[in-house]
Ligand binder design. Structure first.
Ligand code: NAG
Ligand code: NAG
Ligand code: NAG
Ligand code: NAG
Ligand code: NAG
Length: 484
């Protein structure tokens, strides 16, 4: 039997396949929940120093069993330790007890965390004001109104705070009867399309369950999008949300406003109705950051490439690897901030080309040489928060480095993304990209955004985001290098 068919029972277990006999659900004694609960806690605390770890409070949950596996759906309270570091205690939360939902798959004693979704017990977050509680920004899943908190697992849904208009789309009873078969065939397609190979049968199995979960997540994102975007299978569809964030996103942007820059002068003329630097030769081809959180470097080189083209008339593809290796303030694959990257370019004495200093996707010893630098910058500027002014600046001066909340991008395929604001908060910036143009598509205003996840993602490597509503914080961290 083909391996993906062997996984049907697992899929049925995860997704509640309507065709399969439903796996019995019951509430085991708390003692049985402790093991999966502690496992979930360990995953939650991963990467934290001992004194910063959350502890487990109350726990309850249910279990479904099929074959050799048990799927635990847990609700637990976690207590965050007091926070003494003002740089991470900035969010205005009044309580530090979290209510978490976890789904833990236990297969013969081997645990996997399929879902993690935490939020403060007191979900009222003050609009502004003094931070009363504190927060560890490492608990990134926590603050956002998580998609996963929307109803899909009916057995977990014991509140009436359901979004009723979403439910019909999500209700598993409305899924096709052969849902698992369909999912298996989509997964097979995915594996072929993206040439995926997995080391072991266990990994294949695990990836398939992640994939199936992700298809449900993509469907929810789709249902909640206010734009024209389509979400679904992408090359990232077999990664958990947590893996995706850790590997591809840029946590530094979230905490660190970076270096203060002077404000750019905004052109007085109103912006033209649309603009696209790609058609004017100011944009190099889409690059691929690989499994490295180096988006900040790509955002900055993209901007400098445009500035150099507009000031000096040649389009050169510039080196991100130089920034990974030689910019000691930013943290290579662990993230960085455009403002400090501009400073690094000035301090180093310029950027080499992609050809001379090619991308490796991991940090190496710095091998920059001044003789090989082909491009210099003299300064950097911060741009306006008004999207109208950003458009005016862009049309006159070139592509802009911006930082955004990458919500939904894991599953983005094409169209104009416009997530609900609470799902794509401007305060949770975790990705850096390049605005290269703007316009309207059938009256929906958009930004054309160059991403660095290869041309086999999105619209040939590009992302289209709603313009004019501060969507996903696109206007909160716009900047550019200056060449005199
Ligand atoms: C929740 O909603 C259901 C159906 O609309 C209703 O019958 C029930 O009384 C509600 N429960 C609470 C606690 O509001
Ligand atoms: C699922 O069922 C529908 C109709 O019931 C059928 O058209 C479709 O081919 C089936 N899909 C698979 C993958 O078997
Ligand atoms: C698929 O992946 C294998 C191993 O990773 C590689 O050798 C092969 O060239 C890839 N094929 C395509 C079409 O990308
Ligand atoms: C900009 O920097 C370059 C290289 O460091 C330098 O040669 C040039 O004079 C600077 N321009 C201005 C206006 O300072
Ligand atoms: C773009 O669409 C917006 C919203 O529908 C509209 O207000 C604006 O005038 C349009 N702009 C152009 C240039 O068509």
């Amino acid at each position: 039997m083909a391996p993906w068919l062997q996984l049907l029972s697992l899929l049925g277990l995860l997704l509640g396949d309507a065709a399969a006999a439903p796996a019995p659900v019951w509430e085991p004694p708390t003692s049985e929940l402790l093991k999966p609960g502690r496992f979930a806690l360990r995953m939650y605390n991963r990467g934290r120093a001992a004194e910063n770890r959350a502890t487990l409070g109350a726990i309850r949950g249910r279990v479904r069993r099929a074959g050799r596996g048990s799927l635990y759906s847990l609700e637990a309270t976690l207590e965050e330790p007091p926070c003494n570091d003002p740089t991470v205690c900035q969010l205005p939360l009044s309580k530090k007890t979290l209510l978490c939902s976890f789904e833990v798959l236990d297969e013969l004693g081997k645990h996997m965390l399929l879902r993690r979704d935490c939020g403060p017990v007191d979900t009222k977050v003050a609009g502004s004001g003094i931070a009363q509680g504190c927060w560890d920004s490492g608990g990134q899943a926590s603050f956002r109104l998580s998609l996963d908190s929307l109803p899909f697992h009916p057995h977990l849904d014991n509140t009436n705070e359901t979004l009723n208009w979403v439910l019909p789309l999500m209700n598993k009873d409305l899924l096709p009867k052969n849902f698992s078969e369909k999912m298996a065939s989509i997964f097979k397609n995915f594996v072929t399309t993206y040439n995926r190979t997995y080391e072991t049968k266990e990994e294949t199995k695990w990836r398939m369950s992640v994939f199936a979960n992700n298809m449900m997540r993509a469907q929810k994102i789709q249902a909640l999008d206010q734009g024209t975007a389509q979400y679904g299978v992408t090359k990232f569809s077999d990664l958990t949300e947590e893996e995706f964030r850790t590997i591809y996103l840029n946590p530094l942007l979230r905490e660190d406003p970076g270096k203060k820059m002077r404000l750019a002068k905004i052109p007085k003329d109103p912006p033209p109705p649309d603009w696209d630097w790609r058609t004017k030769g100011a944009v190099t081809k889409v690059k691929d950051q690989g499994m490295c959180g180096s988006c900040w470097a790509f955002s900055v080189t993209g901007n400098v490439e445009g500035q150099w083209f507009l000031n000096q008339g040649t389009l050169l593809s510039l080196s991100e690897q130089e920034l990974l290796d030689c910019d000691k303030v930013d943290k290579a694959c662990m993230g960085g901030v455009p403002s400090t990257a501009y400073s690094a370019i000035m301090t180093l004495g310029g950027l080499e080309t992609e050809e001379d200093y090619s991308y490796q996707g991991h940090m190496q010893a710095c091998s920059f040489s001044t003789e090989k630098a082909k491009v210099y910058i003299n300064d950097s500027v911060e741009l306006s928060r008004s999207e109208h002014k950003l458009a005016a600046w862009l049309a006159k001066n070139g592509p802009i480095s911006v930082a955004i909340n990458a919500f939904g991008m894991q599953f983005y395929r094409h169209g104009i993304a416009h997530p609900l604001r609470p799902l794509c908060s401007p305060w949770l910036i975790d990705h850096a990209v390049l605005l290269v143009g703007y316009g309207n598509r059938s009256d929906v205003p958009f930004w054309a955004i160059k991403n660095s996840w290869g041309s086999d993602w999105g619209e040939e490597g590009y992302y289209y985001l709603h313009r004019g509503s501060g969507a996903c914080g696109v206007n909160t961290m716009a900047s550019s290098a200056v060449i005199d």
